[in-house]
Design a protein around this ligand. Structure first.
Ligand code: CAA
Length: 268
């Protein structure tokens, strides 16, 4: 399949090769600092993908994954071409933020597995973008930082939940309130990186992981991801019920001539 490139004005590039789509932040001269247009552009990406896409890679052009929000948004001059956005007292403020968050939330869709390919800095909104993905592959020069509280903000681009889910509440509090930078080795220890590779090997490592992720049957992969995603909200009893229901749905949806063969089932 093919996809139209996303709006380059929004600073994004979308490429599709087989079942793998790659969304690249294209503002290398600003270390891929993000603007509201980019968040809105990200929210449009899933609408441009066909059902054949199984893996979405999110990457940054140049030496940094993403240096967070474009800090000029907070200056009187602003960013050329960007509107100022609503103030918190405007009735549409909440909906505006929800629209920005939509650019991050689709990356959890069970129909795809998303991978953040992180080299260099992932700061603030950039760290949240990496957290919005299912998996993170880090170059060994990666540096992650949740900078928002240090700037007088809360992280509001959906990053707080995955951060707590992955590192636990005490560590999440420590990381956010100190706004300290985590290197790739610590990120791996904290569970924030599935793989850490030399920077020169990042693209190959992501390509390899994308390939490995496609070895599972597509429908089983989708159903398994949905099951896993809700496991932490359920008791063991509830999860057992969900597993049975998911298995029944999966098998019922499959044509009779494509059911699991006994030999496959035995060999696991
Ligand atoms: N906004 C706008 N411009 C940025 C930027 C940002 N967030 N980050 C980098 N740039 C620009 C720099 O101004 C510089 O531009 P010029 O060449 O015109 O001077 C260019 O990108 C290269 O940056 P540096 O020379 O600083 O590159 P470096 O490698 O020495 O440092 C960096 C890289 C550590 C990312 C540093 O640029 C930096 O600290 N940037 C700011 C990071 C930041 O605080 N981001 C906000 C996070 S909070 C957030 O994101 C809130 C939210 O979601 C609402």
């Amino acid at each position: 399949m093919s996809a139209e490139p996303t709006d380059r004005v929004a600073g994004l590039k979308l490429e599709v090769e087989g079942a793998v789509a790659t969304v690249t932040l294209m503002r290398r001269e600003r270390r891929n600092a993000m603007t509201p247009s980019m968040w809105r552009g990200l929210a449009q990406v899933p609408g441009r993908l066909s059902g054949d896409v199984r893996v979405v890679v999110v990457a940054g052009d140049g030496p940094s994954f993403c240096a967070g929000i474009d800090l000029r948004m907070f200056t009187p001059e602003g960013v050329p071409g960007e509107d100022r956005g609503l103030s918190p007292s405007d009735p549409g403020f909440d909906a505006q933020l929800a629209g920005y968050q939509a650019g991050f939330r689709w990356l959890r869709d069970p129909a795809i597995v998303s991978i953040a390919a992180v080299r260099g800095h992932a700061i603030g909104a950039g760290f949240q973008l990496a957290l919005a993905c299912d998996l993170r592959v880090l170059a060994d020069d990666a540096q992650l930082c949740m900078k928002e509280p240090a700037l007088g903000l809360v992280p509001d681009l959906t990053g707080t939940k995955p951060l707590v889910d992955i590192v636990g509440l005490p560590r999440a509090v420590e990381l956010c309130l100190t706004a300290r930078t985590i290197d790739a080795a610590e990120a791996a220890r904290l569970g924030l990186a599935e793989r850490v590779v030399p920077a020169a090997e990042l693209d190959d490592a992501v390509r390899e992981l994308a390939k490995e992720l496609q070895t599972a049957d597509p429908a089983a992969a989708r159903a398994t991801k949905a099951l896993l995603a809700h496991a932490h909200e359920r008791s063991l009893d509830e999860q057992a019920v969900a597993e049975r229901a998911a298995q029944a749905r999966l098998l019922q949806a499959r044509p009779a001539d494509q059911q699991v063969q006994p030999t496959q089932a035995v060999s696991g």
